[in-house]
Ligand binder design. Structure first.
Ligand code: PEP
Length: 253
């Protein structure tokens, strides 16, 4: 199983701060193997930081165009990311779904664009508080998966990383309990098994995201179907990001 911890800086940091962050990570990464470490940076820094990234750090985008080359002012394509040394992109993050028009079909087109360029897609799914309280959390998440990745050919599906991010836990300081998170991850793994076969499903990393931090990471990452995390606020400070990664059982075995 591939273990992954990915940071998501959102719209934070200036370029010199991104470089300082990478410098703090460099030596630490050399001594801490066993987890794939990724960071999703603001678009303007991608080419420079992907070129200069220390060994063991994969640079991701936070978005990608659903389009390919053409007259799409302001968009950047998956091929552009690839030619800049970027490993992949986050797609379907709830902030983009709710505020920037990333519907299920737009998200699906972005996934397809990444697959065609042979890049990784960190596919986010998750329910709102209202959906959870009305007992529809699993249904919502599985529908997002169905719309986003069901049609991916089985030989490409391991380019997908699934991040379960309950919307009510993102940036709120409220984390899903490890039981709640494990329960949803088990449902996702079950859905992946039915869609792509158990052997393939077991190889797809499932990340938990939503106010994961140094004090709760180890309990979350210890769950059977949680292979790592997607980390927002706690990834901004490299020392706190390192503490989160350090919570992974793969670094402590
Ligand atoms: C995120 O936005 O992907 C996220 C998990 O944020 P936070 O860790 O700040 O809740």
């Amino acid at each position: 199983m591939r273990n992954v911890v990915a940071g998501n800086w959102k719209s934070n940091k200036l370029l010199h701060e991104a470089r300082e962050w990478m410098a703090v990570m460099e030596g630490w990464l050399q001594n801490n193997r066993g987890v794939d470490v990724m960071v999703a940076m603001p678009a303007p820094y991608l080419a420079a930081c992907a070129t200069d990234a220390p060994l063991g750090l994969h640079v991701l985008a936070q978005n990608v165009s659903a389009e390919s080359f053409g007259a799409h002012t302001g968009e950047f394509t998956a091929d552009m990311l690839k030619s800049s040394g970027v490993s992949g992109a986050i797609v379907g993050h709830s902030e983009r779904r709710s505020r920037f028009g990333d519907s299920d079909s737009v998200v699906a087109a972005k996934v397809d664009a990444l697959m065609a360029a042979d890049l990784t897609a960190v596919f986010c799914c998750g329910e709102t508080l209202q959906q959870r309280e009305s007992g529809r959390a699993e249904d919502i998440v599985l529908k997002q998966l169905q719309a986003g990745i069901l049609r991916i050919p089985v030989d490409q599906i391991t380019q997908i990383i699934v991040a379960y991010e309950p919307v009510w836990a993102i940036g709120t300081g409220v984390t899903a309990t490890s039981d709640e998170a494990q329960e949803m991850h088990a449902s996702i793994r079950g859905w992946l098994s039915e869609a792509f076969g158990a052997e393939v499903a077991a190889r797809i990393p499932l990340l938990y995201g939503g106010s994961c931090n140094p004090s709760n990471a180890s309990e979350l990452f210890a769950q059977k179907d949680i292979n790592g995390g997607l980390i927002g606020g706690a990834s901004l400070d490299p020392k706190s990001f390192q503490s989160v990664i350090q919570g992974h059982p793969a670094l402590n075995s």
